[in-house]
Design a protein around this ligand. Structure first.
Ligand code: UDX
Ligand code: UDX
Length: 434
């Protein structure tokens, strides 16, 4: 099919290039001229495993890039809106970008089209887009508006799109939903067709549930710290119950990214304005922010007064396998350490380019060992696999003190003790003798 995808960010670019990979003719649109110029030359502006090859395979064959929204609308049958929907000042969703694109579509629509909201939008946004098209579009042209929320995790977005556990499509008319479903047919994944509002709700309810699961296990981890239990053993014991499962049970610094913090705050706001306020979700956010504070307390306990001391920072991105710094714990932790007079040497496999613009007065290093050189402690903020293969015997010879504060519980306390490191996890209990 001929598809336009508006917005070439983490979601739009993955969506557009994978749709092309599935055999559709896709035009990706963006207002950012520089980004489009780069993409036309095959340069990918974000780090996302598998994205570069997918774009290279399809560019100029079935995948095209433009800043001309009107032309893309007129030459497509399906138009996906995948622009960012950032958090407003008091938690509400800023839908300015979605509205702008809807207006742009209304101005250029020339025959029947299906407009699909891929971006995470508040419940009811489908109706608002419909109203914009009725009021500002040509009277004699019909259209359908569909909700097709994305469930892509950064760092595995291409895989998540091509091997989805479910496709959710919300529409007023079933025929429109079935047309959108055709794109996903080759994936042989379960396809759920609902009304617009239920599809929009599924997205928020899913993200908020996952965020809640993380904050829940972080509270259990904090209690483990006090009573001397090991949260990794606790979650392992819990996970055998299939109703609980083992996924999304990694305790530590908590969640960041462009989705969880924003989507949970949005749902709190949506609850408020619809007279069904959430009690649990504000706590999910408060617990999450507090994890950064608890980590900083651990650093002070482990190192003492930070003034003039060198600290190694391993990991800056909000999660492994991405260069995305949005709401990353490093953005709150590093400024506090600097304010306490610490000297910071940081390393991240992918995010340093973006981090340099956000966090100044940090020495950015080429590898974890260079960052650890002369450090009073190594602080792990992102659980990159690269940090699992570190040679701790070598590390011991280059740090000033063998102290490791593990914000992602990625190491085993027993092994670290045997390697001669003073290990501080988030709820890892005492080092057991057995
Ligand atoms: C995605 C989803 O769209 C959003 O709903 C979710 O909450 C976060 O992830 P994302 O792809 O991460 O957003 O946004 P971003 O990486 O900022 O890319 C958005 C792109 O849209 C940018 O390239 C921006 O230039 C473009 N854009 C924005 C337009 O093309 N037109 C606009 O009017 C506004
Ligand atoms: C999330 C949802 O998983 C995805 O379905 C949705 O479409 C977009 O938002 P993403 O934010 O890209 O994806 O990454 P995810 O892997 O979900 O991690 C989110 C945050 O939670 C990260 O900061 C990660 O460090 C943290 N996390 C994740 C934990 O703290 N513990 C875990 O067990 C898992």
């Amino acid at each position: 099919m001929r598809i336009a995808v508006v917005g070439t960010g983490y979601v739009g670019l993955v969506t557009g290039s994978c749709f092309a990979d599935l055999g559709n003719v896709v035009t990706c649109v963006d207002v950012d001229h520089k980004k489009i110029q780069e993409l036309k030359k095959g340069k990918v502006p974000i780090f996302e495993p598998g994205l570069e090859e997918t774009i290279r395979r399809n560019r100029n064959k079935r995948l095209f890039f433009t800043t001309d929204l009107g032309k893309a609308v007129q030459t497509s049958d399906l138009i996906f809106i995948a622009v960012n929907t950032p958090q407003g000042k008091n938690g509400e969703v800023d839908v300015t970008n979605v509205m702008a694109v809807a207006k742009g579509i209304a101005k250029s629509i020339n025959r029947y089209k299906i407009i699909i909201n891929k971006s995470t939008v508040p419940i009811g946004m489908g109706d608002i887009v419909t109203q914009i098209l009725i009021k500002q579009g040509p009277k004699d042209v019909s259209f359908d508006v569909v909700s097709n929320p994305e469930f892509l995790r950064e760092g595995s977005a291409v895989n998540d799109l091509l091997r989805p556990e479910r496709i959710v499509i919300g529409a007023t008319r079933r025929s429109a939903a079935q047309k959108v479903a055709e794109i996903y047919k080759p994936l042989h994944s379960p396809i759920l067709i609902t009304d617009l509002k239920s599809a929009e709700m599924i997205k928020y309810a899913s993200n908020a549930f996952l965020a809640m699961k993380i904050s829940y296990i972080n509270e259990i981890a904090n209690l483990c710290d006090k009573v001397g239990a090991d949260i990794v053993q606790v979650t392992k014991g819990m996970s055998y119950d299939s109703r609980i499962g083992s996924q999304f049970f990694n305790s530590g610094l908590g969640f960041g990214g462009s989705c969880f913090p924003k989507d949970v705050a949005a749902l709190v706001q949506i609850g408020k304005v619809n007279h069904s306020p959430f009690r649990i979700l504000p706590e999910v956010l408060a617990i999450n922010q507090n994890q950064r504070k608890l980590f900083l307390e651990k650093v002070s306990q482990a190192v003492g007064n930070l003034w003039g001391k060198t600290l190694a920072i391993w990991g800056l991105s909000f999660k492994p396998n991405t260069d995305d710094m949005r709401q990353a714990p490093s953005l709150t932790i590093l400024p506090v350490l600097l304010a306490k007079g610490a000297k910071l040497k940081a390393y991240d496999p992918a995010a340093m380019g973006k981090a340099k613009a956000l966090i100044k007065k940090v020495k950015y290093c080429r590898n974890p060992y260079e960052a650890a050189q002369g450090a009073e402690a190594v602080l792990v903020l992102t659980d990159w696999n690269e940090f699992k293969q570190v040679d701790f015997q070598k590390l011991k010879t280059i740090v000033k003190q063998p102290i490791l504060v593990d914000g992602r519980n990625m190491y085993d306390p027993q092994e670290m003790a045997e390697k001669g490191f003073a290990y501080h996890g988030m709820g890892r209990g005492e080092v057991s003798q057995f």
